[in-house]
Ligand binder design. Sequence first.
Ligand code: GLY
Length: 253
Amino acid sequence: MTKAILHTVSPGIGDCELTYLERVAIDHSIASSQHQDYCSMLESLGVQITMLSDNDGLPDAVFVEDTALVFDELAVITRPGAESRRGETGLIEAELSKHRSIAQIKPPATLDGGDVIQMGSTVFVGQTARTNSAGIASLQKMLAPFDYEVRPVQVHGCLHLKSAACDISERSLLVNPSWLDLSPFSEFNVMTIDNTEPWAANAIHINGTVCLHSAFHKTIANLRELEFKVATTDVSEFQKAEGGLSCLSLRFR
Ligand code: GLY
């Protein structure tokens, strides 16, 4: 994983979509500073960043992961489940078309990138309020020529599949077992978050290092005990917008 597309924090982030949390004020300058620290963490791990900033009128634009999926063979521009987010994809498409051929999720299908975990040739897709069955079927059709297996996953009680589970190595996931059906992951290693830190499953792994929100002390300690190399950064302002570490970047080779 050597490249990532990010988007600056919209001045309107306080008007973001919210599904599970009560709205509380988000400090734009603290969020921007946390975003800068997040960039520095990625760069320190060898990631080359492209920073976009033309979607500032769209409150959730910083959560770029939801707008596209990047496979080695193609990029899929999503159709976000929240109508307020559909304007975010044009800018991402223009950027990704420099790197991949493009496929588009079309109405009535909806799909959020935060609902998708790729582990080798297996692609897990969360069934959520943001990703409908037509979205999963469209992705299945787009990926069929490349021999990917698309596996639906039942998710409940949280926004995205990646709120409940994230890959932390090629064969391992960090999960909150309360929020998803684990049976589709049976041949993978599953590590459970500390149950006092329900949001801690949202992680990314970059070039051998697992990155987590710095507040999840117990889960971080457990990972380190299992000899995972861990980097941390504070994304507390984004948590108020139901965002986590993974949605802040669109990472690809
Ligand atoms: N606020 C992030 C989302 O709902 O998509």
